[in-house]
Structure formats: C-alpha cells, structure tokens
Design a protein around this ligand. Structure first.
Ligand SMILES: [Zn+2]
Length: 267
C-alpha cells in the first residue's frame, strides 16, 4: 500500500510533466473505485489548467486554475503515471494533457479515490500533521502521546494524528528509534519520543531518496519501481538476522497488523 514516501515520489516524478498543462480530455473507463468517480468528474476537469501538484499525507492535490482541486488517493494498489507501459489491464482513468502527455490511473484492487473538490475537502480536514511539515516537531509528538495508553506504533499510523504513515514505515521508524512497537505512547520518555521524531524524518527522507518501496504494484509517476524495500531493517523480515545485532527479527500482531521488531535493539 502506498505510504507517504511513495505518494511523494509520484508527486515529484509527475510534477514537472503536468504543471502548466491544460487538461484536454478525460476518459473514465471504470467508475467503481472505493468511492465511485462522480458522473460530472470528466466535465469538471476538462479545460482546466494544472497550476501545482501538492501532497498532504497520502493525498495528491492538483490545484486547478478555476480554483477547484483534483484530489487523488492511491488506495492499496493505485498508480498514477504518464507512462502506461505494462499497466494497461486496470487502467481506469486517462487524462490527456496539452503537449501530448497522457496521465493514466491504474488500480487493480480499486481502493483508490479520485474527485474534484471546491472549498475544504472533508478527507483533508480529518487529517493530522504531515510528518515532513514544520508542524511535526518533538513537542507536537509529545502532545499526541501524552496520556495515551495505546501503542506508539498505533499512534504513528493514526491518520488523525500523523498523516501518511502505514505499517511499513511505522515499523522501520521504531526500529531506527530503538523503541518497541507495543510500548504505550504515554509511557515513553522525552528522549525516546525525540528519537521517534528524528527517526521519522530520517526514514521518510531516505525512502523518498530511493523512490519509495515497491512490494507489489507500486510504481512512480514514470512507471518505475522504488528501491527502499531492499533496505528494510525489520518489515517482513521475521526470522531473519537483525542487520545491527544479528538477533532474529520477531513478528507479532498489534492492533490487527503484523508488526516487526528486533528484541535486542528495540527496548
Ligand atoms: Zn538488532
């Protein structure tokens, strides 16, 4: 499932190819995404010029010159790319841009979302801080953790607190910070929370530098795979030796999700 680094990679690879272009035509072949593509979606996009491409959490936001925003969430298996090579089967939406570029939305499991919004979008209003924004600080993380009995991993993945992290990056961040995923957020010491904050930035920035993680379907805006999966320290490595201390990585289920950690490096 694409998390923040994958969505940010899509944004960076698409941005230069789409900003300043006019949307010439829109072809919707399949409207049945997680939220059905609205009947007037094609009409509302056609003719608009893309002024900017931004990201908030796991959402992509195309700012249009008529003041509306084209909102995209990639769901579990969504790809938005200007090259459609090898992705033809589940191409649900194609957007033709001036200059001859076509952007294609492909999504085998159809958990994505795509709509045109005017004014504040309820999806975005419910989101917490973006972990790459200045609003995400050691102090704001301390505020979120205060008095929370739930595990720190659960807090990291709660989109209403921090927008953009999922199972992969929450696991990798807590390894980097040396904190067990099941520890109660409210019981972490100040220094431990500072380590979680610092690890969040480091892990996300490294993952973006490597083009994100391609586990199954994820591709960037040019149809290429990411490489961060080669650098996982704990995610999906249960039974394998820790890269730092050689102990075996363990797996346990926490809040319904498989969680991976090193019993020695993470206290
Ligand atoms: Zn270890």
């Amino acid at each position: 499932m694409p998390e923040l680094p994958e969505v940010e990679t899509v944004r960076r690879t698409l941005r230069d190819r789409v900003v300043g272009r006019r949307i010439e035509s829109v072809r919707v072949r399949e409207r049945r995404l997680r939220v059905p593509v609205e009947a007037d979606f094609d009409r509302r996009l056609t003719g608009a010029t893309i002024l900017d491409l931004r990201r908030v959490g796991k959402y992509l936001l195309f700012d249009l010159d008529d003041g509306a925003v084209w909102l995209v969430h990639l769901g579990m298996t969504g790809c938005l790319a200007t090259t459609a090579a090898g992705l033809e089967r589940h191409n649900h939406v194609a957007v033709d841009l001036s200059g001859g570029t076509t952007m294609v939305y492909n999504d085998p499991r159809r958990f994505g979302l795509m709509r045109v919004v005017r004014g504040p979008a309820p999806e975005l209003a419910a989101l917490g801080v973006d972990p790459l924004s200045p609003e995400f600080s050691p102090e704001s993380l301390r505020g979120m953790a205060r008095d929370r009995r739930r595990p720190i991993k659960n807090l990291l993945m709660d989109q209403r607190c921090i927008a953009g992290l999922g199972n992969i990056y929450a696991s990798e961040i807590l390894f980097r910070a040396g904190v067990r995923p099941g520890r109660r957020a409210g019981g972490l010491r100040r220094l431990e929370l500072a380590a979680v904050h610092a690890a969040t930035r480091v892990v996300l920035e490294e993952a973006i530098r490597l083009g994100g993680s391609s586990i199954s379907d994820y591709r960037d805006g040019e149809g290429r795979s990411g490489h961060f999966q080669m650098h996982f320290n704990v995610y999906a490595r249960d039974g394998e030796p820790c890269r730092r201390c050689d102990a075996r990585i363990r797996a346990r289920v926490l809040c319904g999700r498989s969680t991976f950690y090193c019993p020695t490096c993470q206290g």
